[in-house]
Design a protein around this ligand. Structure first.
Ligand SMILES: NC(=O)c1ccc[n+]([C@@H]2O[C@H](COP(=O)([O-])OP(=O)(O)OC[C@H]3O[C@@H](n4cnc5c(N)ncnc54)[C@H](OP(=O)(O)O)[C@@H]3O)[C@@H](O)[C@H]2O)c1
Length: 287
């Protein structure tokens, strides 16, 4: 069984499916997307992470949320067990002719996008809605007030923030109170700068969700950072990706991972990471 943990009011899996690769540039098409989501759910995954902005720059918007809706509506399993999280505040753009990500944290935009997200997902109330990324043009508290209004209007049950510092976490705590349940920040062997926010979330009772927990797939990365994980993996006869995810989950019971996948095989392997027990010695070696 896939490891379960509590995220706010939800009993869900500590390993969720990151939907982004299924609908941004270089995805393998909608059928592969549906097959991947169904394979994850059939294997016991109970958390899907998507966003308003998970579509190809210049193409149809919200294709990630629409894919999740289709996958959920055609899945025969217990849909009410699945936590579907989405995010607002980002959109796709072109910078110097290349597909990029832009932000719009204006309150009226966040409220409008949240309603569009609920519509695309086919729900009245989104389980968990994140403010995707701070907008430097808008005071952080104003964006958080909008997230509170979204919950007040019944469009989201709980709120998270993403790409946030400790200072921003405190602003969100002050404004959102009990509605605020999770912080989603980048964290992996190639990106450990956010460990302060991971530890802080544990102290103040928030969940911490690691994005790109395997180092991501969009940019070349320093592969040597994974060498110690490869060594431990060989001893356990598992993929090094399972060791990376297990190491992240061992940082605390409040930690979650949402590995991305372009196809069923990779998420099916990742879902086993919760079964992997790393010794104190191995964890010390991995850092
Ligand atoms: N909040 C934010 O600002 C933010 C930003 C970025 C991402 N995210 C979220 O985080 C999720 C995950 O991040 P990500 O997709 O960028 O990167 P990631 O999870 O670090 O890496 C995904 C890559 O790892 C491979 N992979 C996954 N499990 C594997 C396994 N067990 N064995 C071998 N390879 C494996 C996948 O391979 P295949 O391609 O072969 O399937 C894919 O190429 C996203 O989908 C998204 O939901 C959030």
């Amino acid at each position: 069984m896939v490891l379960h943990r509590n995220l706010g009011p939800f009993d869900t899996t500590a390993i969720g499916l990151g939907e982004m690769p299924l609908t941004i540039e270089n995805n393998l098409g909608p059928q592969m997307g549906i097959d991947t989501i169904h394979a994850a759910l059939d294997a016991g995954c109970r958390q899907i992470d998507t966003a308003w902005a998970y579509y190809c720059s210049g193409g149809e918007e919200q294709t990630g949320e629409k894919l999740v809706r289709e996958a959920m509506s055609t899945w025969k399993g217990p849909k009410d067990e699945v936590l579907v999280a989405t995010k607002v505040g980002h959109f796709r753009n072109f910078t110097d002719g290349k597909p990029t990500w832009d932000v719009d944290g204006r309150p009226e935009n966040l409220i409008r996008r949240a309603k569009e997200s609920a519509l695309a997902l086919g729900v009245d109330t989104i389980d968990l809605l994140y403010f995707h990324r701070p907008d430097p043009k808008i005071p952080y508290g104003e964006s958080c007030e909008a997230m509170k209004e979204i919950a007040k209007q019944g469009v989201a049950r709980t709120i998270g923030i993403s790409n946030a510092s400790i200072e921003q976490i405190d602003i969100a705590r002050e404004i959102l109170g009990d509605l605020f349940v999770a912080v989603q920040n980048q964290y992996s062997p190639i990106y450990t700068e956010t460990i302060d926010t991971l530890d802080y979330c544990g102290k103040v009772g928030l969940s911490f969700v690691c994005w790109s927990p395997l180092g991501g797939f969009r940019k070349p990365k320093d592969e040597s950072k994974f060498d110690p994980f490869r060594e431990v993996a060989a001893a356990h006869n598992v993929s090094y990706q399972q060791v990376v995810l297990a190491w992240e989950l061992a940082k605390g019971d409040h930690v979650f991972v949402i590995p991305g996948a372009h196809r069923p095989a990779t998420i099916l392997d990742s879902l086993h990471a919760g079964e992997l027990e790393l010794s104190e010695e191995e964890l010390a070696k991995l850092g």
